[in-house]
Design a binder for this molecule. Sequence first.
Ligand SMILES: NC(=O)c1ccc[n+]([C@@H]2O[C@H](COP(=O)([O-])OP(=O)(O)OC[C@H]3O[C@@H](n4cnc5c(N)ncnc54)[C@H](OP(=O)(O)O)[C@@H]3O)[C@@H](O)[C@H]2O)c1
Length: 224
Amino acid sequence: MKVVISGASGGIGRALVRLAKSRGDTVIGISRSPSEADVHFDCDVLDYNCLSRASGEVGQIDGLAVLHGHGDEKLWVKPVAELDAKDFLDVFLVDVVGAFNVVKAFLPRLAAGSSIVFVSSTPGLIGDSYGIPYATAKGAVVALARSLAKALAPIRVNAVAFGPIQTRWTQWISEEELAAFRDRTLLKRIGSPEEAAEAVYWLLSPASSYVTGHVLVVDGGESL
Ligand SMILES: NC(=O)c1ccc[n+]([C@@H]2O[C@H](COP(=O)([O-])OP(=O)(O)OC[C@H]3O[C@@H](n4cnc5c(N)ncnc54)[C@H](OP(=O)(O)O)[C@@H]3O)[C@@H](O)[C@H]2O)c1
C-alpha cells in the first residue's frame, strides 16, 4: 500500500509509520516536526495550501490515517470554570477542521475502495470530567468519520477510539493519576503505541474491506 499519515511524528503516528514500513508499504508522513516516513511533508494541518502541495506530489494513495491531535497539556487540567471559547476553538480547529483539511487535500489521490481512518478517544464517546474541549472535539471526529463514510463511499471511512495509550501525555501526570488510568481499564494497563497502530493499520488495509462507518474501540475495556 501507499499510505499518508498525519501526526506521523507523534507517539501513535511513529508506531504506525514503523509498522507500515515493516510490512513493505510506502509511507508519506505529515507533521510540523520530522518523522521516519519514506517521504515527509512539514505541514501544519491548518495550512491547506501546504497539504495541497503535498498531495500534488504523492500520486495515487491507498490509505489516509488522520492521527494528528492538538494534545495541549494545559487543556487537560483546566477546571470547567476556567475554560473559554478559545480553548474549544483551538482543539476543534486542529482535531476536526485540520482532519477535514487533510481529507480534502488528499481526496483526489484516493481511489474507490481506499480507506480513511480517523482517531477519536473514549472521552469522545462517553465523556469525561476533565479535558472537556478534547472530549468534545473527539466526539465531533466520530460524526465527521460517519458523515464522510456516507458522502465518500465506496471510499471507506472509519475511526478508532483509543483509551489510554502510552505516549507523551503520560509524562504530564503523576504516578497516582497514571495508576487511576490503568485501573479504569479492564486489562489494568495502558496500551502501547504498537497495539494502537495495529488497529489503525487493520482499518487502513484490505483486511477490513467490508468495514465502513465504524468506530473501533481500542481501550482495554475502559469504556465498558
Ligand atoms: N495517546 C493516547 O492515549 C490517545 C488516546 C485517545 C486518542 N488519542 C489520539 O490519537 C492521536 C495520536 O495521539 P498521540 O498520543 O500519538 O499524540 P502525540 O504524540 O501528541 O502526537 C500528536 C501528533 O499530532 C501532530 N500535530 C499536532 N498539531 C498539529 C498541527 N497543527 N499540524 C500538523 N500536525 C500536528 C504532532 O506533530 P507536530 O507537533 O510535529 O506537528 C504529532 O505528530 C491524537 O489525535 C490523539 O488525540 C491518543
